[in-house]
Design a protein around this ligand. Structure first.
Ligand SMILES: Nc1ncnc2c1ncn2[C@@H]1O[C@H](COP(=O)(O)OP(=O)(O)OP(=O)(O)O)[C@@H](O)[C@H]1O
Ligand SMILES: [Mg+2]
Length: 247
């Protein structure tokens, strides 16, 4: 039994079928990366797992218990935590105020402010600085740290490297292996395919709401991933998407 299991989920936004019969599972200590072009349905999947988009069919199970009908805050209490696309920090609050903003939702566990500052030592000196003054990569780190303070069991990251320089993206990604080895399950959405392939145990490609490819990074060739990503039969015509090139 997986920690998180999504069974044949279909989600509509009005008339638009954003996800069609997509299944996935994530175990504790495992990373599943969902990749795909703009509009593929990646954020819809994370938001549906978090409880923001009720599916028209299918189920979400957490620890073997169906949570499909639960509101978002109940899922957070269970340990399903989303770091949304675009980070969403409070710009006028300090770093530490942002970190503590989610404290009321916190579950018991090993993550507290001290542990977060151990993981991101630069935040200690800058904890009284406004979040608006941080770089994109620093903001992403604060968003991740804020999520960790909830003590999640499944952490969902929606395009953490979006808009970051390659170096800043690498820094954000650097902390993830340690979290995974401590037993956290990560459901990652990423357009930077190389970054996703480096970290993930399993990769799933979505195209227009449908799964086009699934496998371990070892099993999949770059050509296969590229065709699945763009929905083209001949993978040789376009360059691989990387963090710098996609947007
Ligand atoms: N709240 C909404 N209302 C209506 N349509 C939506 C809504 N959210 C997403 N969509 C549409 O659903 C489809 C999937 O969107 P989604 O945001 O899940 O894609 P994505 O893979 O995350 O794309 P991106 O890489 O641009 O973030 C798109 O066609 C999008 O326009
Ligand atoms: Mg998205």
């Amino acid at each position: 039994m997986s920690l998180l299991e999504v069974r044949e989920l279909t989600v509509f936004h009005g008339q638009l079928e954003a996800l069609h019969n997509v299944s996935l599972s994530v175990d504790a200590g495992e990373v599943l990366a969902i990749i795909g072009a703009n509009g593929a349905g990646k954020s819809t999947m994370l938001r549906a797992v978090a409880g923001f988009h009720p599916p028209s069919s299918g189920a979400v199970l957490f620890d073997g218990v169906e949570v499909t009908g639960l509101p978002p805050e109940r899922r957070v209490q269970a340990g399903i935590v989303l770091v949304p696309e675009g980070r969403r920090l409070f710009a006028s609050l300090t770093v530490e105020e942002n970190l503590l903003a989610g404290r009321y939702r916190s579950r018991p566990g090993s993550f507290d402010l001290d542990r977060v500052y151990e993981l991101f030592p630069w935040m200690v000196e800058r904890r009284r600085q406004n979040a608006a003054g941080l770089s994109g990569g620093e903001q992403q780190a604060v968003a991740i740290a804020r999520a960790l303070l909830v003590n999640p069991r499944i952490l969902m990251l929606d395009e953490p490297s979006l808009g970051l320089s390659p170096l800043a993206a690498r820094r954000v990604y650097e902390v993830l292996p340690e979290l995974v080895s401590s037993g956290l399950g990560i459901l990652l959405v990423e357009q930077d395919v190389r970054q996703a392939l480096r970290l993930a145990d399993h990769v799933k490609c979505l195209l227009e709401g449908r799964e086009t490819l699934s496998g371990t990074p070892d099993e999949l060739s770059l050509e296969q991933v590229e065709s699945a990503y763009f929905g083209i039969a001949d993978g040789s015509r376009r360059p691989m998407p990387t963090g710098e090139a996609t947007r």
